[in-house]
Design a protein around this ligand. Structure first.
Ligand SMILES: NC(=O)c1ccc[n+]([C@@H]2O[C@H](COP(=O)([O-])OP(=O)(O)OC[C@H]3O[C@@H](n4cnc5c(N)ncnc54)[C@H](OP(=O)(O)O)[C@@H]3O)[C@@H](O)[C@H]2O)c1
Length: 301
């Protein structure tokens, strides 16, 4: 399926990587961004004039960075985190509904926070998600915002990608952890026993591309590596890849103090999530283990 892909938030950590992959495969790529630039479209243009003509697929990766530690967890910031995901997804859904020629597919992001952390429960795409805190509410609203009216839905496949922590050198969690781990100051969060579903950025871009190109793929895909991993497993693998010790645990209360308890749950707790459908539908992970993923991250230029 070559064609023109419109990527909301295509300037970010994941977006940058995905756009490169798509361009290398011969796709035309336009990005929806708040900033002007070549091949950039503004959110105002999406709202007023709709999709650029010839758009054959739409992806949304926009969202205020939750783990921007410079930003305090205030009501205003939380609103920004929420609306930057829900409103942009909804804007693209309305633009698809209003397009006279519909794109073939609409791929949107979500997280794994709708799965309530519980050591006794293993979640797959078949598990219902529920609202029990800020991030689960966000995931529910984010996913609902992607829903199309029945006529549009019959012409445009929709795929929801529920992503775990994305591992790559140039953004997300690794960007925050690289220096302390490099200095030998890294360590597990609390006792490190909490699950930490993750995916290597190469596999996330791969899975999104797979969703764009595979007509049999629709509905939810858990974008998490098949290896069940705890925060302690990740800590050991990342430290080993950097050839550094990582023995000093950071108590959960430190994260609660620095990030705010609500936001700190992103690192102090986690559900056990498997990519059952992604594998059943035929996606093969390039980085199935956290050891291989961390080695690759450290070697990345
Ligand atoms: N990274 C992870 O570990 C992870 C895990 C699970 C889910 N996700 C989700 O995957 C998506 C991409 O993640 P990422 O790490 O690539 O994020 P990112 O680097 O922070 O980039 C996201 C993009 O969203 C746009 N954006 C930021 N704030 C915005 C706002 N207030 N209103 C509208 N647009 C805004 C920005 O584009 P412009 O500045 O060009 O407008 C930015 O380039 C996000 O929705 C994120 O929630 C990420």
């Amino acid at each position: 399926m070559a064609g023109n892909v419109l990527v909301g938030g295509g300037t970010g950590f994941v977006g940058n990587h995905l756009c490169k992959v798509l361009r290398n495969k011969g796709y035309g790529v336009n990005v929806v961004s708040r900033m002007p630039g070549p091949h950039h479209v503004s959110w105002n243009e999406i709202n007023s004039t709709g999709l650029p003509s010839g758009t054959s697929a739409v992806v949304n990766l926009a969202g205020q960075n939750v783990m921007d530690f410079r930003r305090r967890w205030t009501p205003g910031f939380k609103q920004n985190v929420f609306s930057s995901r829900v409103n942009t997804t909804s804007a693209l859904a309305r633009a698809i509904e209003n397009a006279s020629v519909k794109p073939k597919v609409f791929v949107t992001m979500s997280g794994i926070s709708g799965y309530r952390p519980d050591d006794d429960v293993e979640y797959s795409e078949d598990s219902p998600i529920e609202q029990f805190d800020f991030f689960s509410k966000l995931c529910l609203n984010w996913e609902n915002a992607a829903a199309l009216d029945p006529v549009s839905a019959s012409k445009c496949r929709t795929v929801t990608v529920r992503s775990g922590v994305v591992l790559g050198k140039h953004g997300g969690m690794i960007k925050q952890l690289y220096l302390p781990f490099f200095l030998g100051l890294g360590g597990p969060v609390g006792d490190g026993s909490q699950y930490m579903p993750w995916i290597h950025i190469h596999d996330l871009a791969g899975l999104i591309t797979f969703a764009l190109e595979s007509e049999h793929v629709r509905g939810v895909l858990n974008a998490v590596a098949p290896q069940v991993t705890t925060n302690g497993d990740f800590t050991r693998a990342f430290a080993r890849a950097l050839k550094r010790p990582a023995v000093i645990p950071v108590p959960a209360f430190v994260f609660n103090l620095v990030l705010g308890a609500e936001r700190a749950k992103m690192v102090t707790a986690g559900p056990k999530v498997l990519p059952k459908r992604a594998r059943a539908l035929g996606y093969e992970f390039s980085y199935p283990t956290v050891e291989a993923a961390c080695e690759a991250v450290v070697k990345e230029a």
